[in-house]
Design a protein around this ligand. Structure first.
Ligand SMILES: *Cc1c(COP(=O)(O)O)cnc(C)c1O
Length: 408
C-alpha cells in the first residue's frame, strides 16, 4: 500500500465521510462496492487507458514555460497541459472513469448537476460516447448566464433541466439531481464533478484524476532527471489539484501548494477561500473546511473563475492542510486576470481563469527561488470559455480597445 492520508471508511484524517439520509446511504454503498471491485481490475484499466489515449488525447505534454520563467528571473516553470485534453480541461478524466464504472454497473442513464456548465458539457460528452441517456440539472439563473454551454450539452444529446428552487444556481441543481438519483437509482448513475461529496466520490474522483500526477512524475524525471521542488494547482472542489498532488504525497522533498480564489480580497465577503478562512463543518454530505454561517449553512461565495466558486473543499486537501503536507494560499481576481494576460502574451497559451490562479501564485513564487529550482503548475484548462467574460471586464476597465490600454 502506498502511504496516504486515507484512513479507510471514507475518511481522510477527520474529513470526508458520508453524512446522508439512509435512502442515499444504500446507493452509495453499492457505488463504493462497484468502485472497489473494478478500479484495480485489469480489463477495466485496459479500457480506461485506451480511452485516455484515443479519446482524451493523453498523455498531454509537460511544457517548459521558458519565456515566462526568463522574464521572472527565478525558478523554471513547467506547465502540465490539461488544457490540451478533449473538451479543454481535466474534468473529462473523471467523467470517462465514472461513465466506464456506470457501464460496468449496468446503468444506462447518467444524472449530474452543473454550475457554469463545464462539468455538464464533459458529462454530456462521455454520455454521447457511451450511448447513455444524460440528464443535467442546472440552476435557471446559471442557464441564462451560460447559454452556449446549455446549447453544447443539448447538441451532445443531453436533456438540460432548469432548477427552479432557491437562488436558481448550483446548490439548487444539486438538490434536484440528488432527488432524481434517489428516485431512479435502479437505472441511474450520479456522476459527480469534483473531489467532494460523500464517500466514495472524493476517493473515486482522485483515483481518476491521478493520471495527471502520474504522467507529470514520469515527464519531469525524463526532462530534468529529478522531481520538482514545488507543485502548484488551483483549488475549487480540489480535483485537478489532488490529481496532481496525490502521486507525489510520499515524495517529501516536493512542496505542495494549493491556490484558492481570494476574489475581491480576503478582507471582503466576496471570495471562496474555504481553506484559508473556513472552519470544519458538514456540507453536501461530507466534512471539510467550509465557509458557513452561524447555523452551519454554506455562505454565498465569489470568484472571477466560475469553476472555483464553491464554499467547501475536498476532504483530502483538508487533511493535507492539517498535517502540513501541503499549504494553501490565495490570489485575487485581479492577480488571476493579470496572469491570464501574461501567460497569453509570453507563452502563446490562453489559460482558463481557474488555472490563472495557479499561474498567478507561481509568478509570485518563482522570482524568490534560484534558477535551479523547478515549479510544476497544473494548467487545468484552456481559456477559450473565458475570453468573452474577460473582454467584457477589460472593456469595463477602459473604453479603448488597444493592447496598451488593456495594460499589456
Ligand atoms: C472545474 C474547473 C476547476 C475547478 O475544479 P477542481 O475540482 O478544483 O479542479 C479548475 N480548472 C478548470 C479549468 C475547471 O474547469
Amino acid at each position: 500500500m502506498e502511504k496516504s492520508v486515507y484512513s479507510g471508511n471514507g475518511f481522510f484524517g477527520n474529513y470526508g465521510g458520508r453524512f446522508v439520509p439512509e435512502v442515499l446511504e444504500e446507493k452509495l454503498v453499492e457505488l463504493e462496492q462497484a468502485f472497489e471491485k473494478y478500479h484495480n481490475d485489469s480489463a477495466f484499466i485496459t479500457e480506461l487507458e485506451a480511452l485516455q489515449r484515443d479519446f482524451i488525447g493523453r498523455e498531454n505534454p509537460l511544457t517548459y514555460a521558458k519565456n515566462l520563467s526568463n522574464q521572472l528571473g527565478g525558478a523554471k516553470i513547467y506547465l502540465k497541459r490539461e488544457d490540451l485534453n478533449h473538451t479543454g480541461a481535466h474534468k473529462i478524466n473523471n467523467c470517462i472513469g465514472q461513465a466506464l464504472l456506470a457501464k460496468r454497473m449496468g446503468k444506462k442513464r447518467i444524472v449530474a448537476e452543473t454550475g457554469a456548465g463545464q462539468h455538464g458539457v464533459a458529462t454530456a460528452t462521455v454520455c454521447a460516447l457511451f450511448g447513455m441517456d444524460c440528464t443535467i440539472y442546472m440552476g435557471k439563473e446559471d442557464m441564462e448566464r451560460q447559454q452556449l454551454n446549455v446549447f453544447r450539452m443539448r447538441l451532445l444529446g443531453a436533456e438540460v433541466i432548469p432548477a427552479l428552487g432557491g437562488r436558481q444556481t448550483l446548490k439548487d441543481a444539486v438538490d434536484e439531481a440528488l432527488n432524481d438519483f434517489i428516485n431512479h437509482a435502479e437505472t441511474t448513475f450520479y456522476l459527480l464533478g469534483s473531489a467532494v461529496g460523500p464517500h466514495p466520490y472524493p476517493l473515486m474522483v482522485r483515483t481518476f484524476q491521478s493520471i495527471i500526477g502520474i504522467e507529470t512524475k514520469r515527464q519531469i524525471l525524463a526532462k530534468e532527471g529529478r522531481l520538482p521542488d514545488y507543485l502548484i494547482a488551483c483549488v475549487g472542489g480540489g480535483s485537478n489539484a489532488i490529481g496532481l498532488f496525490h502521486p507525489f504525497y510520499s515524495d517529501e522533498g516536493v512542496r505542495i501548494i494549493g491556490v484558492e480564489p481570494a476574489g475581491h480580497g480576503l478582507e471582503t465577503a466576496e471570495h471562496a477561500a474555504s481553506m484559508t478562512l473556513g472552519t470544519p463543518g458538514v456540507i453536501h454530505g461530507f466534512k471539510c473546511y467550509t465557509l458557513q454561517d452561524a447555523d452551519g449553512q454554506p455562505l454565498p461565495v465569489h470568484s472571477i473563475a466560475a469553476g472555483l466558486d464553491y464554499p467547501g473543499v475536498g476532504p483530502e486537501h483538508c487533511a493535507y492542510k492539517d498535517s502540513g503536507r501541503a499549504t494553501y494560499e490565495s490570489v485575487t481576481d485581479q492577480e488571476a486576470l493579470n496572469a491570464f494576460k501574461q501567460l497569453s502574451l509570453k507563452e502563446g497559451i490562453i489559460p482558463a481563469l481557474e488555472s490563472a490562479h495557479a499561474i498567478a501564485y507561481a509568478m509570485k513564487l518563482a522570482p524568490k527561488l534560484s534558477t535551479e529550482a523547478i515549479i510544476v503548475v497544473n494548467l487545468s484548462g484552456r481559456g477559450d470559455k473565458d475570453v468573452d467574460q474577460v473582454q467584457q471586464m477589460l472593456d469595463l476597465q477602459t473604453d479603448k480597445k488597444t493592447p496598451e490600454i488593456y495594460g499589456f
